[in-house]
Structure formats: structure tokens, C-alpha cells
Design a protein around this ligand. Structure first.
Ligand SMILES: Cc1cc2nc3c(=O)[nH]c(=O)nc-3n(C[C@H](O)[C@H](O)[C@H](O)COP(=O)(O)OP(=O)(O)OC[C@H]3O[C@@H](n4cnc5c(N)ncnc54)[C@H](O)[C@@H]3O)c2cc1C
Length: 399
């Protein structure tokens, strides 16, 4: 088979890219190659389900730009296609006075990123919204919302198929040959030709990119995020979304409370190195993947910088007591009996050889292939904007 564009990976980013390409070029033959037997089985359905406002990201970065434009596109898409969501707002809470300067920085960053309606609340005002928090001061972010991103992926996949897109499931891409006029893609069982290719392979983004960019300057490190569920009788401890002030030296937002769209409240996720890229449980282990991670200079550098935080996270993963202690910082009334173990997800984080986790989305463009190498949070919120960007880059190649 010959296609105009082959997209590798049917998560939110790949699906959104296919959808956008079909909208702009309905005459093109588009296929999606997905290694699993179903779409969106990894990060796109194992996340917190939060529609991010864009408050945290460096102004002008791809994350800031795509989160803000993706937010608007996502809400419009969901309204148009009856995908349920709720804009419930969130609080980012300084629980101690020494966190206030960092909270103020986030507030200013949000303003710089053009967020409307942000308010800096004193303790009393914050307690009116979330009566059970420990709080010195808090930012109220009215735009934040909740959604089940799997529904977004399913809707996108239906639209792609209705528009004639071909979904090739169970096809793991193992080889890519980029020629002057086409790309030849070898999968576990087949070979296909396409004029262009876009790779959106999430946790394996670096592995796929290295098929055509052998000297790729980074590797994906998998960080598992584990959640606990609040038991039904204690769900009223949390009204909306409650986040801590993130550690500025760590690229994760810290364990938080998230109300789920279809009921229930989750607490988490932590951030623990996974011993396998798709390792959803502590004991999931892949010798080759783990030794490749441990042997990577970037990982060793990061481990030497953050070993203390890493150990703390590991302890929190193994000990419910430690996990609950972190939650008690935000909601002191929570006790171990109030939570039960819940889901988990694994984040794909690109790390360079110097041990820096990349702070932005990373897109690598070649003559006939585009690789989405780093698409961490908020890429679910931003997927429609990223899809637009990747589709535009492909169409420019036609000029
Ligand atoms: C715990 C956690 C919480 C998060 N919370 C949020 C949140 O609240 N809000 C938010 O906006 N973002 C959140 N994110 C981030 C968001 O989920 C991801 O950034 C986003 O889903 C990335 O989508 P993707 O399509 O790039 O990757 P994925 O969804 O991982 O899709 C990649 C696809 O590529 C396929 N694939 C891989 N290799 C190959 C190959 N060789 N051949 C064929 N197919 C292949 C995989 O099977 C997979 O289906 C969270 C992520 C995690 C893990």
C-alpha cells in the first residue's frame, strides 16, 4: 500500500495530527500505525484527566503556546462532538509561608501567558472554596477542568476512520527508510510506503526517532505516576482540584487531588523511575530497557543530581504511609484508611546527555519525516494544537 502520510502511534497526538491532515487535505490517503490492538492504550488514557490552563509553562515555549491554543481547540472540539468535560477550576496552594514567593512567580507567569480571571487568595478566601486544605495563600485558576481523555481519543479515531483514514493496529514500526521521494516503513508483519511520515510514539518516541536520526540528542526516561482513590465516604474532603506549589527543580507538579469526571477523587501521581517503559506496576521489569536506561549518561547525571528526591519518591511508592504524609500537607485530615490504591500511568520524559529533562515539547523535522520526540504533560490538553502544528509542517513540505 502507498499512502500520502503514515502516522506512527495512535495516541492523542498521532490521532489529532491525522484528523488535522484530513481536514486540510481530504484527498490524501492517511494511515495510522499502532503497535497495540487498540488505540490510546498508554499515556493518552493513563493520565490525570486534567484540562490544563497553561499557567506553569515558560512564556513563549511550545508548551505554553500549544497549551493555551490547544485548550481553546479542545473545548470547542468537545462541545462540537458531545465529549463530556467540566471546567471546575483549581487551587494551587502554598501550605507554608516560605512557598509564597514561588506561588507568586506562578501567578505572574500565568498572567504573562495571558490567563484571565486568576486570583491570589488569602487563607480565608481559599478555605471558602476548599474548606479542608492547609493554606497560607492560594491561586485560583478558573480555567482548569476535568475530562476523560480516552473519550477524546475515541472520538478522534472515529472521525479519522469516517474520513477514510486507515487504522493499522498491531503493527509495531521497526524500520524506517527515508528516500528522496518516499518513506518505506517496516512493521512487525508488513512493509508500506508513504510520501511522508509523522512519528508520535510516546514512550518509544526516541526509539522510533533513532531509526532515522541515529545521533538523537536525548532518550526517553519512563516515570511511573501512581494514584490512590479516596474512599466514597471521604470524597467530600475535596471539592475541585487541589495542587501544591511544585518543586521548581523537579519537572512534575507534585501529588495533588483531582476530582474525576465520572465521580470519585484521585490523589497522586507520584513520579518513580519505571523499570520498563510501559511498566504500570512496581514489579514490571524489562532487563534490556532497564539496563539501557541505567547505562545512559544522561540518566546517571540526573540520578546524581536528584537521588534524594528519587529515593523519596521510591519510598512513597512502596509505603502508603509516606504517600499519605505527602497528601496530609495539602489536606491534613486525610488518614491512611481514607485512600485505597488506584491506577497508574507512565510519563515519557526526554532527557539529554547532560541529565537535563527537556522542559519543552521537542519536534525534529527531516526531509520526509517529522518526529514528535518529547510530548509530556500538557500534551493531552494541547493535542489538537500539536496536531495542527505537525500537519502544517508536513503540508509546507509540499510547497
Ligand atoms: C500519569 C500521567 C498524568 C498525566 N496527566 C495529564 C493531564 O492531566 N493533562 C494533560 O494534558 N496531560 C497529562 N499527561 C500527559 C499526556 O497524557 C501525554 O502528554 C499525552 O497523552 C501524550 O500523547 P501521545 O500521543 O504523544 O503518547 P501516547 O498516548 O503514549 O501514544 C503513543 C502511541 O504510540 C504507540 N507506539 C509506540 N511505539 C510504537 C511503534 N514502534 N510502532 C507503532 N506504534 C507505537 C503506543 O502504543 C501508543 O499508542 C499525563 C501523563 C501521565 C503519564
Amino acid at each position: 500500500m502507498t499512502y500520502d502520510v503514515a502516522i506512527i502511534g495512535a495516541g492523542l497526538v498521532g490521532l489529532a495530527t491525522a484528523h488535522r491532515l484530513q481536514t486540510l487535505r481530504p484527498d490524501w490517503k492517511v494511515c495510522l500505525l499502532e503497535k497495540e490492538q487498540s488505540i490510546a492504550l498508554h499515556q493518552s488514557s493513563h493520565n490525570s484527566g486534567v484540562i490544563h490552563s497553561g499557567i506553569y509553562y515558560q512564556p513563549g515555549s511550545l508548551r505554553a503556546k500549544n497549551c493555551l491554543s490547544g485548550y481553546a481547540l479542545l473545548l470547542e472540539f468537545c462541545s462540537q462532538h458531545q465529549v463530556p468535560f467540566e471546567i471546575c477550576g483549581k487551587l494551587i496552594v502554598a501550605t507554608e509561608a516560605d512557598e509564597i514567593p514561588a506561588l507568586e512567580k506562578i501567578y505572574l507567569r500565568g498572567k504573562e501567558n495571558g490567563l484571565y480571571g486568576l486570583s491570589m487568595l488569602d487563607r480565608e478566601a481559599a478555605l471558602e472554596i476548599e474548606p479542608n486544605i492547609a493554606c497560607e495563600r492560594a491561586i485560583q485558576v478558573p480555567q482548569a477542568g476535568i475530562i476523560d481523555f480516552r473519550n477524546v481519543a475515541l472520538t478522534l479515531s472515529e472521525l479519522v476512520e469516517e474520513a477514510g483514514g486507515v487504522m493499522l493496529l498491531g503493527e509495531e514500526v521497526k524500520q524506517i527508510q527515508s528516500l528522496a521521494t518516499e518513506v518505506i516503513i517496516g512493521t512487525s508483519g508488513n512493509e508500506l510506503r508513504s510520501r511522508y511520515a509523522v512519528s508520535c510514539a510516546g514512550l518509544y518516541a526516541d526509539k522510533v526517532a533513532r531509526l532515522t536520526v541515529p545521533d538523537l540528542p536525548c532518550r526517553i526516561l519512563p516515570f511511573r505516576g501512581e494514584y490512590y482513590d479516596l474512599i466514597p465516604e471521604r470524597r467530600d474532603l475535596v471539592n475541585h482540584l487541589i495542587y501544591p506549589v511544585p518543586n521548581p527543580n523537579f519537572p512534575f507538579l507534585g501529588v495533588h487531588f483531582t476530582r474525576r469526571l465520572h465521580g470519585g477523587v484521585e490523589a497522586g501521581p507520584n513520579a518513580v523511575l519505571a523499570f520498563r517503559r510501559e511498566g504500570y506496576k512496581f514489579a514490571d521489569f524489562d532487563m534490556v530497557e532497564l539496563t539501557t536506561t541505567l547505562a545512559y549518561r544522561g540518566f546517571r547525571k540526573i540520578a546524581s543530581k536528584y537521588w534524594r528526591t528519587g529515593l523519596q519518591e521510591m519510598r512513597r511508592s512502596l509505603s502508603k504511609k509516606k504517600f499519605v504524609e505527602a497528601l496530609q500537607k495539602l489536606v491534613p485530615a486525610i488518614v491512611e484508611q481514607d485512600v485505597v490504591p488506584g491506577r497508574s500511568g507512565v510519563r515519557a520524559m526526554a532527557c539529554d546527555i547532560e541529565g537535563n529533562l527537556l522542559d519543552d515539547f521537542l519536534i525534529l523535522e527531516e526531509q520526509r519525516i517529522i518526529h514528535m520526540v518529547n510530548a509530556p504533560s500538557p500534551a493531552a490538553t494541547a493535542c489538537l494544537a500539536i496536531g495542527r502544528e505537525l500537519a502544517t509542517k508536513i503540508l509546507k513540505k509540499e510547497l
